[in-house]
Structures are given as C-alpha cells and as structure tokens.
Design a binder for this molecule. Structure first.
Ligand code: ZN
Length: 286
C-alpha cells in the first residue's frame, strides 16, 4: 500500500513525479462502435428468454450472436458479478484485465467485453447503461468495474481466520456453471473468472490505493444492456454483498434478485459483422 518508505527520496523526486502520464492503450486505435445502429435494432425486438437470478445465487443463460441481453435491478439495490464464456469453447472467456487496460476501470455504453488469449476479440458490446449519469464521484468511485475480481471463499477464509462461506459469487458461479454444463464442480470452478461487477460502485482510495466499495446507486428499473457479438453463455451471481454498502461474504446484507432478459432483434444492427478470432499468428518468434 506504499505507506512505508524505507528509502529517502532523491533530489529530483519532484521532477520525476511531475512527469505527465501517457495512456497505455490509446483507444483511437480501436474502432469505437457507432451506437446508432444498435439502438435502432432494438425497435420491435422480441424477448426470447428470461432468467431471474435469486439473491445469493447464480444462474447461467444463453445468448446467441446478434441478440441483446439486459441485466435489470428488481426489488432493491443489488450488485451482480458477470462471467461470459464462448458457447462453443469455455476456454474463451471474458478477460477482465485486458478489458480494463483497453477501456478503463469502469465500463459503460460503447465499451466492449474482450475475450482471453489467444482469442482476444469482442464478446459483447455495452449498448445501454441507465447509470451512465453517475460518472466518477468525489471519492473516485464509479459503477460497473473491471477492477475487482469476485468475492470468493478463499480470500474470505484467509481474512476471517479460517471461515467457511459458500455463497460468495465465485462459489455461486461455480455451482451455476456445473449445473449448466454437467461438469463436475471442481472442473467447473476452473472456468470461473474475474468478472464485470455490474452495478457495483468502486474505486481506489487516493491515499493508499486500496480497492473500496460503497453503496451502489442502482435502483429497481435500472439496467445494463449488452449486444452479444459471439454465441455466449453468461453466468450472473446476485452478490451476497447486496448493494455492497457494508460487507460481502456474509448473510447479513440485504440481498435482492437480478433479472436477465434476452432479446432477438428483427434484423441485426446495420453494418454489424461478427468478430473473428484475433489475427496474431501465434508463432511467438519461432
Ligand atoms: Zn460477490
């Protein structure tokens, strides 16, 4: 946390600190999607599936390439942990770290969810976000992060002195994927990955750089909407932290369900082309 300094600062410390930052991945190099065709494609769409994710549980759902899906807050403020896999190959899964490097710490409309190596292609694009008004608050907090991982029983065990808690998002997603695929629990667990924290309000403290959470501004009726660019299996956990205003990995927080709806448009968005896998030849210099 950089609170202990064993070494004194050099004479030119101020000058070194004053060097302005450079954006690692200027997104000008990525064609940002024109959102108008996605918005237009919603006219006359048909709802083809609906899954209600119960509080402190997870559910999987299928979304075909060219379909939309929407995660909606119902009943009360609730945070969701989202995993995405390719429906044809579970090894292709959402890559939270690279998505963060490309789009920043928190996602909103126009940002894409990228898949793992060697695929590295857009799995979905966010097409609407009713919480986009929130921006960054005075604490540096914002909604829908790709900086947290998912609450899990191992970290809980570590920090609680040996506690066993089974309804963390990691375990919820593990059970849901095992149920969906028929895989044994331990095999399914290996496919669970770092999430998009839907509706969660998070940031890093300015003084210590620690990951923080605060009560989500989400209210019933708010939603985050996606367009699937490849055939997907989604996994969504209604986090045991509820709105994450106090704690997670416990049964103390008030928790609510989350609604997932899948929509089939009349026609694909004009100009949309399904993404192919990444073009790197994988010879790695050999
Ligand atoms: Zn969680």
């Amino acid at each position: 946390m950089k609170l202990i300094h064993d070494h004194s600062a050099p004479d030119d410390a101020a000058r070194r600190r004053a060097v302005p930052p450079v954006i690692c991945y200027p997104v000008e190099g990525l064609a940002r999607p024109d959102m108008a065709p996605f918005r237009a494609a919603r006219a006359g769409w048909t709802k083809v599936a609906e899954v209600l994710v119960p509080a402190r549980k997870a559910r999987c759902f299928a979304v075909g390439a060219g379909q939309f899906f929407r995660i909606t807050s119902v009943e009360g403020p609730q945070v969701g942990d989202l995993n995405l896999w390719s429906a044809v190959d579970l090894r292709e899964r959402f890559y939270s770290g690279k998505t963060r490097a490309l789009h920043g710490t928190h996602l909103s409309t126009g940002d894409r969810m990228w898949s793992s190596f060697p695929f590295l292609r857009p799995m979905a694009v966010i097409t609407d976000d009713t919480l986009d008004w929130y921006g960054f608050d005075d604490f540096g907090g914002a909604v829908h992060d790709v900086i947290g991982t998912r609450c899990d029983p191992y970290t809980h065990n570590l920090l609680s002195g040996g506690g066993q808690y089974h309804h963390c998002c990691h375990s919820n997603l593990t059970r849901a994927l095992a149920d969906w695929t028929g895989l044994p629990l331990r095999e399914a667990e290996g496919h669970v990955h770092d999430v998009l924290n839907v509706f969660m309000c998070t940031g890093f403290t300015r003084d210590t750089g620690q990951y923080f959470m605060k009560a989500s501004p989400v209210r019933p009726g708010d939603y985050l909407e996606f367009f699937a660019e490849i055939d997907l299996v989604g996994g969504l956990s209604a986090c045991p932290g509820g709105d994450c205003s106090a704690e997670h990995s416990s049964d103390a927080a008030r928790c609510h369900p989350l609604l997932v709806e899948v929509f089939e448009p009349v026609a694909p968005p004009a100009g949309w082309v399904a993404p192919v896998v990444n073009g790197y030849d994988r010879t790695h210099g050999r």
